[in-house]
Design a protein around this ligand. Structure first.
Ligand code: 3MF
Ligand code: MG
Ligand code: MG
Ligand code: MG
Length: 403
């Protein structure tokens, strides 16, 4: 059978953990990072790889994830940028070999540089599309070189601020074209990692095209991409879309596109993607229930896309934060496994749908009815019986008992 480690393939993110400074829209960084000289130099980028892997190793996490621009700075030209990336990738590879830490996924930063102010693949400027394509080509090559098990597309600024100046259909066509190019190139170079889309409904744009799982699935099917992509679901993105994380996991799971998770949590009183470390057992138990239900995450992992608060500026807090998140997920997994083993909730579900197991329900499911025959059935029967109670209070009491 599977062990806890199979289900909890923890991953540390390069961007928050090793590049995060505590800056926010209202002020600069607060973090003390003795190993960093505070610049985005190539030398610093290479040196940083050692500290990063020491951290991941000490934590005991098996994976990490990066954007190209977290690990390697941009040079003065595209060719120089590519050379810098090669140099840092060689250092990352050495560190992977030294420590055994593996790459969960790579991705491109197609949102920070001002050239992406109107988006990347959905930009109104074709040269920006071309630049994003070149950047993605390089990042796919490096991800393959480093043995990345997945490749993520979060739609950075792929969205709009105002429909009055936007051709939505054209932008979505471009996005699909971009994804097809990535699929084709992965095939060409023999990259077999899973492609993942990370949905998010807003931020930084007012309306992001990869809004949520349902919207992504419709897009993928419309453009004949659904065989190539799964979802990388993030708790705080789900809640920004007014969903629960459980809803997103369920929708992806039932459609066979549950790929990986960005584990974090939001704050009810803050409106944005605060990327806090997950510490709530109710949340982690629900997340693990859905993941276990669909047989695990496969090549995906539990990736802590989370950052310490601005007030937590001391390096040790990076450890505490990750340890807290790992504990919360371990506890959540144990609770979820116990709930599944005891099968109490399965009984509620079975009771609620029991009328489908006999009589007309079974006949409807078997395709033996149409509107006419069902009218005849109801006329003969008279009024329909009320459905089983949802038993909301009992369900919540039962869930609490596992905590
Ligand atoms: C934004 C995110 C992103 C993605 C990352 C990789 C900066 O809200 O969550 O992190 O996780 O781009 O997909
Ligand atoms: Mg746009
Ligand atoms: Mg994320
Ligand atoms: Mg996020």
């Amino acid at each position: 059978g599977k062990t806890m480690r199979d289900h909890l393939r923890f991953s540390v993110v390069y961007w928050h953990t090793f590049r995060g400074t505590g800056s926010d829209p209202f002020g600069p960084g607060t973090a003390i990072r003795p190993w960093d000289d505070g610049t985005d130099s190539v030398e610093n980028a290479v040196k940083r790889t050692r500290v990063a892997f020491e951290f991941i190793e000490k934590l005991g996490a098996p994976y990490y994830a990066f954007h190209d621009r977290d690990v390697a700075p941009e040079g003065a030209s595209l060719s120089e940028t590519n050379k810098i990336f090669d140099k840092v990738a060689a250092a990352l590879k050495d560190e992977q070999e030294r420590t055994g830490v593996k790459l969960l996924w790579g991705t491109c930063n197609l949102f920070s540089n001002p050239r992406f102010m109107h988006g990347a693949a959905t930009s109104c400027n074709a040269d920006v599309f071309a630049f994003a394509a070149a950047q993605t080509k390089k990042c796919l090559e490096i991800t393959k070189e480093l043995g990345g098990e997945n490749y993520v597309f979060w739609g950075g600024r792929e969205g709009y601020q105002n429909l009055l100046n936007t051709n939505m259909k054209r932008e979505l066509d471009h996005l699909a074209k971009f994804f097809h190019m990535a699929v084709d190139y992965a095939k060409e170079i023999g990259f077999t990692g899973q492609f993942l889309i990370e949905p998010k409904p807003k931020e930084p744009t007012k309306h992001q095209y990869d809004f949520d799982t349902a919207n992504c699935l419709a897009f993928l099917k419309t453009y004949d991409l659904d065989k190539h992509f799964k979802m990388n679901l993030e708790t705080n993105h789900a809640t920004l879309a007014s969903h629960t994380m459980q809803h997103e996991l369920e929708y992806a799971g039932m459609n066979g596109i549950l790929g990986s998770i960005d584990a974090n949590t939001g704050d009810l009183l803050l409106g944005w993607d605060t990327d806090q470390f997950p510490t709530n057992y109710y949340l982690t138990a629900e997340v693990m229930l859905s993941i276990l239900k669909y047989g695990g995450l496969g090549s995906g992992g539990v990736n802590f896309d989370a950052k310490v608060r601005r007030e937590s500026f001391e390096p040790i807090d990076l450890f505490y934060a990750h340890v807290g998140g790992m504990d919360a997920f371990a506890k959540g997994l144990k609770i979820a496994a116990a709930i599944r083993a005891e099968g109490e909730f399965d009984k509620f579900v079975a009771a609620r749908y029991s009328s489908w197991e006999s009589g007309v329900g079974a006949e409807i499911e078997a395709g033996k009815h149409d509107l006419k025959s069902l009218e005849k059935y109801m006329l003969a029967k008279g009024e329909a019986a009320p459905n089983q109670s949802g038993r909301q209070e009992m369900l919540e009491n039962l869930f609490n008992r596992y905590m």
